[in-house]
Design a protein around this ligand. Structure first.
Ligand SMILES: *Cc1c(COP(=O)(O)O)cnc(C)c1O
Length: 481
């Protein structure tokens, strides 16, 4: 016994280091606060993109081990190896891919949620936390026109949200292994790659997949969809799923969801809408004009870490038929028997692949309550007008060829040099913008043409950023021609 108590005393002395006292916490909090204050105070003058030779490899020089390291030294490592190389996703100059967010109150929400560590997976365990998450997904349902009986789950992002939606569709339409080879999925070539990934992960790789033709604005051609579905039924196949995009990543195109809803209803298709990028634009009137018909979907994905400017790690999926979502994801385990019988609210663990999960609601609830919805709505409309403004101003500069009017906030363009290869010139133009680093733009290939994209969704992007981008483009073109 003596041996045990001695050992316990020694172990406890070391294990208690996991619990710093208030006096020990104070300098840690202050150091992190100083670091983040310096970051935020300089955010407008920091570069958006930095290429370094070592690409952050210096982080390996301090391996994980038993020796404690002081907070100041650690923050220096973070500054040098993590927060310097690559894209500064918090910058308003991030205009590539789909830009990220990082609104400050979310960080406080995460701090609260991490310190108290409430578990929002099962209603019985933390009913208030689960209700908070349900309140948020019901609010999202109201934005897209879903009934408040729809089920919703806060996920890590749009990819997992797409997976949950597609798995739910698969089980709701009873696509068992025998049915797979004759079951048909419809989407456009511009659907996000996470949809293809979800189809494969869901075991639906051997379904028939039809790429529905698109119109000139890269939106799904609804009459072509109808023709394909009709022909497939006539051929003895079983159409079961259509994936519409509410804002494609490449060009921000919004598929005609009302028409797709009609076709889905006529032929019993599950309609899944990928609104990871675009769905939150329905918060503002300008966005609602182009997002009509989202309410027709059976399931919909929307990413608060895109359209609500949250830090990464926040997606959402809504499913109209709660039972279908539960049917695809519930599990009853003996060690969970205490949770049975709490049927007041559906548990997140019963409608998603996760059991233990971060309490994601807090990082969304806190900013929405602290600020109200108005600044989010205004910022989204601002982004739409900024994209249109950029396109108008670009048209005034001789030599630029611009893509169609954006449905949401992505503008595509390329420069037509007076001589030489167009693609090669535009590749060099993108490289020059990356080397400059003040703003970050990305490129893509659309209709076999190399194009440059400007995507406005960072909450820190304002008119000044767009004017700077136009100046940088003019400057680089002058130096490249
Ligand atoms: C970003 C995006 C996704 C993937 O979402 P993640 O949050 O990155 O996992 C899916 N679809 C579209 C249209 C997107 O823009």
């Amino acid at each position: 016994m003596r041996l045990i108590t001695d050992r316990l005393r020694d172990l406890e002395a070391i294990a208690r280091r996991l619990e710093p006292s208030e006096a020990e916490r104070a300098p840690l909090i202050q150091a992190v606060l100083n670091y983040t204050n310096e970051f935020l105070n300089s955010i407008d003058t920091r570069l958006t993109y930095i290429e370094t030779a070592d690409k952050g490899s210096g982080i390996y020089d301090s391996p994980i081990g038993d020796t404690p390291v002081g907070i100041d030294e650690l923050l220096t490592m973070v500054a040098t190896h993590v927060d310097r190389p690559g894209i500064n996703c918090a910058s308003g100059g991030h205009l590539g891919y789909i830009p990220g967010g990082g609104i400050f109150p979310s960080a406080l929400g995460d701090y609260l949620a991490d310190v108290t560590n409430r578990y929002a997976g099962v209603f019985f365990a933390n009913p208030g936390a689960v209700r908070m998450e349900h309140m948020l997904t019901r609010w999202m349902a109201s934005i897209v026109g879903f009934p408040d009986t729809a089920a919703g789950n806060l996920t890590s992002g749009g990819s997992i949200a797409n997976l949950v939606g597609i798995v739910t569709a698969r089980d709701a339409r009873e696509i068992t292994s025998r049915e797979i080879p004759r079951s048909v999925i419809y989407l456009t070539a511009h659907a996000h790659h996470s949809v293809d990934k979800a189809i494969r992960i869901a075991g639906l790789r051997e379904c028939v997949t039809r790429h529905v033709p698109m119109d000139a604005g890269h939106r799904m051609d609804a009459s072509a969809l109808e023709r394909l579905v009709t022909a497939d039924i006539a051929a003895g196949l079983r159409p079961f799923l259509v994936v519409a995009s509410a804002g494609t990543t490449d060009v921000g195109a919004v598929d005609p969801m009302s028409a797709i809803g009609d076709i889905s209803e006529r032929h019993g298709l599950w309609m899944h809408v990928d609104g990871a990028y675009g769905a939150f634009f329905a918060l503002c009137d300008e966005g609602r004009k182009v997002l009509g018909g989202m309410d027709r979907a059976d399931s919909i994905v929307m990413d608060p870490h895109k359209g609500l400017f949250l830090p990464y790690g926040s997606g959402a999926v809504l499913v109209k038929d709660t039972r279908a979502m539960q049917h695809a994801h519930f599990y009853v385990a003996n060690y969970m028997q205490d949770t049975a019988g709490s049927r007041d609210e559906v548990s997140p663990a019963d409608i998603s692949p996760e059991l233990t999960k971060p309490f994601r609601g807090m990082r969304l609830w806190l900013p929405l309550k602290l600020l109200g919805v108005a600044p989010f709505r205004a910022a989204l409309e601002e982004k739409m007008w900024l994209a249109r403004y950029f396109r108008e101003r670009l048209l005034e500069i001789p030599g630029f060829e611009v893509g169609p009017m954006p449905d949401l906030s992505v503008v595509t363009f390329r420069y037509l040099p007076s001589r030489g290869d167009v693609t090669e010139f535009n590749q060099r133009l993108v490289q020059a913008i990356h080397a400059d680093g003040r703003v970050f733009l990305s490129s893509s290939v659309i209709d076999d043409q190399f194009i440059i994209r400007l995507a406005v969704l960072a909450f820190r992007t304002h008119r000044q950023t767009i004017d700077l981008t136009l100046d940088i483009l003019k400057e680089k073109i002058a130096s490249l021609t």
